[in-house]
Design a protein around this ligand. Structure first.
Ligand code: FE2
Length: 285
């Protein structure tokens, strides 16, 4: 298996099933790995209280998985009755269609291996800490959980239409790096931000990046960076806005976007709703 940059993936893909799932083999985690998990968790926990949205914070608190690498089956026993989702253990990144098929069937793939201690602050490939800490709490939110499933279904369609690159930008700028406008100010629900030590404060407080109101077509036309903090974040008003945006058939959108050059990650357009100092354009007016 190779990643999108062509490098060899580090997971063990030798024992997977045809759908790329494996057993978590929780007993094989070492005490050093559980200790690293506790340290990663403690650092993030201290950062998220004033940066994550309430939906994330409240669920995280109720799940109690800070004491060591969690067992997927224990979380599944809570997740299934909450939103009918299930976690499945995987060796790492998956082929696009396999990934979409899991999401479309309300199965969220979680990588089984944990980063090395020297990767405490930064890791290239998503590991169990990113996948679990960043993504799992939001799967307990019914509207967001439905959005992820709709995204998976859309992915299967996009695969057939050769439009994955455009659709992937939506996942990147929402599920991974999305911000939300709340009565308490801007917060994040994006897993890439929530599992990062540095980007969490940067995404919400730095004067450098653009913060722009959610716009589906604009997002699907905007490139992103995978090796630096983001230059632009998109802000939703609520999770319903996100889910509703995925309701239409994207086929005509792809046709419309195909004739246009994608925007650079840093660009601001005259039509953008720009948030200044975290204040929404509407509230500032
Ligand atoms: Fe992720």
């Amino acid at each position: 298996m190779t990643g999108e940059t062509g490098h060899k993936l580090r997971g063990d893909y030798s024992r997977m099933r045809p759908d790329y799932t494996v057993d978590q083999e929780w007993e094989s985690y070492s005490s050093a790995e559980h200790d690293l998990w506790r340290r990663l968790y403690a650092r993030q926990e201290s950062l998220i209280a004033k940066h994550a949205c309430d939906e994330f914070n409240d669920t995280l608190e109720s799940l109690h998985f800070g004491e060591g690498i969690p067992r997927f089956d224990a979380i599944n026993a809570k997740l299934k009755p909450a939103t009918n989702w299930q976690l499945v253990a995987v060796p790492g990144l998956l082929p696009d269609l396999t990934f979409f098929d899991h999401l479309a069937n309300r199965r969220f793939p979680v990588t089984v291996w944990l980063r090395d201690p020297q990767e405490f602050d930064y890791i290239v490939e998503p590991d169990i800490f990113h996948d679990f800490f960043g993504h799992v709490p939001m799967l307990f939110n019914p509207v967001f959980a439905n959005y992820i499933q709709a995204y998976g279904r859309g992915g299967i369609k996009a695969h057939a239409l050769g439009a994955i690159e455009m659709l992937a930008r939506l996942y990147w700028y929402t599920v991974e790096f999305g911000l939300i406008d709340t009565p308490k100010g801007l917060r994040t629900y994006g897993a890439g931000i929530l599992s990062s030590g540095g980007e969490i404060a940067y995404s919400l407080e730095s004067p450098k990046p653009n913060r722009i109101g959610f716009d589906l077509l604009r997002i699907m036309r905007t490139r992103y960076k995978i090796d630096t903090f983001q230059e632009t974040y998109f802000v939703i008003r609520d999770f319903r806005e996100l889910f509703d945006a995925t309701a239409p058939d994207f086929t005509p959108y792809y046709a419309q976007l195909r004739g246009h050059e994608p925007y650079a990650p840093s660009v601001v357009l005259p039509t953008d709703r720009v948030y200044h100092r975290g204040v929404s354009p509407q509230r500032a007016a």
